[in-house]
Structure formats: C-alpha cells, structure tokens
Design a binder for this molecule. Structure first.
Ligand code: ADP
Ligand code: ASP
Ligand code: MG
Length: 422
C-alpha cells in the first residue's frame, strides 16, 4: 500500500558541480511539494571517489581496507551536506545523515560490505517531522562499529535498501543517461532505451558490466519487492522500470549487449589433478573476498597428472587474488601463476534465448568476422559471455549490437549529442 514515500538517488555526475547540485535540490523539493515524503540518496560528486582512491595509492600501494573506507565514505557526506544547504535555501527542512546515522548496518568486509539490516527509525522520525532526508550513499557501519563502503556503484544499493526499509512506493535512480539501454550508449550511439526490463535480465546485465545499476541493488530490489525506476537527472522523460518477469509483455530474443573492460585473467599452471585441488583454490579466493567469474580447467595432453586452471577476476581484485594464491601454490606444488591484466568481456543477454538455439553460434561468428579472438566462454540460460582482449571490447559490442538488430527509435537523438548527458 502506498505511504507516499519516494526514494530519489542522484549519481556522481548529477551532483558534480554547484549548478547540478542545485538542480538536484530543486528536483527533490519539487517532489516534496507534490505531496511526497522524500528520502534522497546522493553519491560523491563527479569523480571524487576515483580521486580519493588515487590519493590513497599515492601514499600506499595497497592501502588498508578499513582506512580506505574511512576515506571513501567522505565523498558522499560532502554531497549530502551541500544538498541540505541548497534545500534550506529553497525554504524546506532537510537533514543530511551518514550511512551509519541512517541505520545502515553491514558486515565487516571493508570496501565491499553487504547490508545486513537497516534500522530506519531515525529516518522515519525525520520524515514524520516533515524533513527531507538526505542519506550519504555507498556506506554503512559494520557489526564491529567501523565505517564500511558497499563497493563501486554502491549508492544504488543504499537507495534500494532504504526504499525497502521505509516501504517507499518507488526507488528512482537519477543518472547521466535516460535509462537502461540495449548497450552502453557511450559505446553504441544508436542503442535503444528500454521502457521496461525484467529483474532476471537486469541481474544478468548488471553482473556482466552494465554499471548503470549496481548488481547488488538489483538483487536487493528483487528480494524485497522494490520498484526501481532508472531515469535521467537532466530531463523529466520516463526512463526504465525494472519489473518482474510476469510483467514483461514480450520476450525479445536478445535484450542487450553488455561489456566490461576491467577483467584480469589468472592461470595456474601445473595444478595437481587430484580431487579437492579446485576446492582449495576456490576457498582461498572466497576467503579473500575475491569474486571469481569464469573458470576453465583443462589437462594438457601428455602433461601427466597436472592440469591448467584459468579464471577471471575483476582487475581491482587481482592483487588480493595473487596474495591468496601464493601460499596455496607452494602447498599444492602449482608450477606457475600467470596473469593477464588487459582482459575484457562482452555478453549478450535475453530471456528469449532460452528457447532459441543458434544464438551462441551467431555470437561466435560475428566476433570471428571482426577477427576478435575468444579466450573464454561462459553461458547461463539467458546470457552468453566471451572473454576477449580489453582493447577489442568496443568493436565487439558494436558488432553484436548491429548483428542482433538492437538499434531503434528511442535512442539519444543526434541533435542532443551525448555530451549533454554527461
Ligand atoms: P551514476 O554516477 O549516476 O551512478 P554510473 O556511471 O554508475 O552513473 O552509471 C551510468 C553509466 O552507465 C552511463 O553513463 C553509461 O555509460 C553506463 N552504462 C553501461 N551500460 C549501460 C546500459 N546498458 N544502459 C545505460 N547505461 C549504461
Ligand atoms: N561514489 C561511489 C562510486 O563512485 C558510489 C556510487 O557512486 O554509487 O563508486
Ligand atoms: Mg552508479
């Protein structure tokens, strides 16, 4: 049942300078004046998080994760305090809160913490007192009472978790593109905006690199029944609504092409081909909180009782992966650990794929025609992913988008150059 509460989340580009921040403030106030209770979640301004990471690396090559979180959490606090000031000047009450003050409790995995609980009583009290509440995105407080952050793009998850906790009617994600597109519109200018996308497809898209919504925010929304509306912070046009599978009218064969250029490949050469070795390797990586994506194991002919194992990890996790694997390599007698940091991934996602053979053949053929070498492949019922060299990713995305004829009407118009959204 509607309780008239709306969550509005503004990403970094949408609050990058004073003008944009004031525009976000006006939009928040307009929503309040339309009779809603408004809870807004803000990201750090512009590239502030990247700057803070660079600052840390300048003083320490592998900064301590707890201190990293103390540092990174400041960016979103700045945005919220400034926005509260701008809202005051528009004649409304507003209060800014850190993640901790907002009651966001997480586990203790610094730099990629998971939300365990949202104790929203302070937010609800402020809303009852007729205040607009601004919450710093991307952060919480751990069960050990330390400041944590939720991983890159984590403000989306803050917004969804708060929407669930206060029973908001909708969680609006205001960003620098007009919604979720058939491909990243920065790479494919004629990509089409999707009016709706199912949770099932959005999960696969987010997991395979469509950074427009953080994967965990989509998972959280599905579990807690939160309605996400992803839309432009620069105009009023409707964006993309993430809906349940039952609500989607049609199931196109392919919905989107997604990509990532931030992958690294680790190859363990000469792994003893004995039961349990893979388990030990996967456990070491899991303990180090490294997200392993694709895994391939093969036993080279004539190589006796040893196998090679390759897997991909986010490039940012490569150092942690190496640290976790080195003692194990010694223990198991693995001959060599090789790494390749310049990997990327291109994927196609579509619920219609379930009942159509031949999609994989077309993907491989299209990439072959572009002379793009496929290094690893993985599939799910509604996704096919290929690991390729990072520098070939844009060509691969454009070729697949064209081959599956995903371009269409609702694109970013030529008279509105893409720069207008950034
Ligand atoms: P914010 O700072 O608002 O959170 P992000 O940079 O995290 O914004 O996400 C928006 C960006 O996601 C867009 O600028 C776009 O380049 C990128 N993107 C990648 N894939 C897609 C897609 N399929 N649809 C829309 N945007 C996408
Ligand atoms: N500021 C954080 C980041 O850049 C979180 C977010 O924007 O969602 O990843
Ligand atoms: Mg984001």
């Amino acid at each position: 049942m509607s309780n008239g509460t709306v969550v509005m989340k503004f990403g970094g580009t949408s609050v990058a300078d004073a003008e944009r921040l004031k525009r976000a403030a006006r939009r928040i106030v307009a929503k309040r004046e339309a009779g809603n209770r408004v809870l807004a979640v803000l990201s750090a301004r512009g590239k502030e998080t990247d700057r803070l990471i660079a600052d840390a690396r300048e003083v320490s090559p592998h900064p301590d994760p707890r201190e990293m979180d103390m540092l990174l959490s400041t960016g979103e606090r700045v945005s919220c305090a400034l926005c509260a000031m701008a809202i005051h000047d528009l004649g409304h009450r507003a209060i800014s809160l850190t993640g901790s003050q907002a009651g966001i409790v997480t586990d203790t995995s610094h730099t990629k913490a998971r939300i365990l609980d949202v104790r929203a009583d302070r937010i609800l009290r402020a809303l009852d007192e007729d205040s607009i509440v601004l919450v710093a995105g991307f952060q919480g407080v751990s069960t050990a009472k330390d400041v944590t952050t939720l991983g890159r793009g984590g403000s989306d998850t803050t917004a969804v978790a708060l929407a669930a906790a206060v029973g908001a009617d909708v969680c609006e994600i205001y960003t620098d593109v007009p919604g979720v597109f058939t491909a990243d519109p920065r790479i494919v200018p004629d990509a089409r905006k999707l009016a709706v996308v199912s949770f099932e497809e959005m999960l696969e898209m987010a997991a395979s690199g469509a950074g427009v919504l953080q994967l965990r925010s989509v998972e959280y929304a599905r579990t807690h029944g939160v309605r996400i509306h992803c839309r432009s912070s620069f105009d009023d046009a409707p964006g993309t609504v993430v809906v349940s599978e039952q609500e989607t009218m049609e199931q196109p064969l392919i919905t989107a092409v997604t990509h990532s250029t931030g992958e690294a490949r680790v190859t363990l050469m000469g792994v003893p081909d004995t039961p349990g070795a893979a388990g030990l390797i996967a456990t070491a990586l899991a303990v180090a909180n490294v997200n392993v994506d694709m895994i391939i194991q093969n036993e080279p002919v004539g190589h006796g009782s040893r196998a090679d194992m390759s897997f991909t990890v986010p490039r940012d996790d490569l150092h942690d992966a190496q640290v976790a694997l080195e003692p194990l390599a010694a223990q198991l007698g693995i001959e060599r650990i090789a790494t390749d940091e310049a990997m990327g991934k291109v994927s196609i996602v579509g619920a219609g794929m379930k009942s159509h053979p031949g999609v994989a053949a077309k993907v491989f053929t299209v990439l072959g025609e572009q002379s793009i070498n496929i290094e690893m492949i993985s599939t799910s019922p509604i996704k096919i992913s290929c690991v390729i060299q990072a520098d070939r990713v844009p060509d691969a995305v454009r070729a697949l988008h064209a081959a599956f004829e995903l371009q269409g009407e609702d694109t970013i118009r030529p008279e509105q150059p893409f720069g207008a959204f950034s």
